[in-house]
Design a protein around this ligand. Structure first.
Ligand SMILES: [Fe+2]
Ligand SMILES: [Fe+2]
Length: 120
């Protein structure tokens, strides 16, 4: 994932990279659940920061988090029902780009805001 030079945000993004690169396809639903669990913590951390600092773009950012989590949960549910083909494809080719795009377009705005606050 893109580094935003913002330690509060980058730490979770790095861990996400690690989870994706060490993803264990032989224990697919367990690995997928761990990724979702981590993503929930990652998003909750950003939402906490945005609330604490009264960030104006909160709603837009929050809704985008909900969309991504909803999408991930749908693919996990599919996999749990035995339909692993789409879910595996999503992990291999979808979710990394989805998160990277979110970081570039949305988290980057929060990172700029956090930096401006820390310089005040
Ligand atoms: Fe993020
Ligand atoms: Fe985010």
């Amino acid at each position: 994932m893109l580094s935003l030079n913002c330690p509060e945000l980058d730490a979770y993004h790095l861990q996400c990279d690690e989870l994706l690169s060490s993803f264990d396809y032989t224990h697919f639903t367990e690995s997928f659940s761990a990724l979702i669990h981590h993503t929930k913590e990652h998003f909750a951390n950003e939402e906490r920061l945005m609330k604490e600092l009264h960030f104006q773009g909160y709603m837009e950012h929050f809704e985008e988090h909900q969309k991504i989590l909803g999408e991930m949960s749908q693919f996990l549910a599919m996999a749990m029902q035995g339909n692993t083909l789409f879910a595996k494809n999503y992990i291999k080719n979808g979710v990394g780009d989805r998160l990277d795009l979110h970081i570039r377009n949305i988290d980057s705005q929060l990172a700029m805001f956090l930096k401006s606050k820390s310089e005040m």
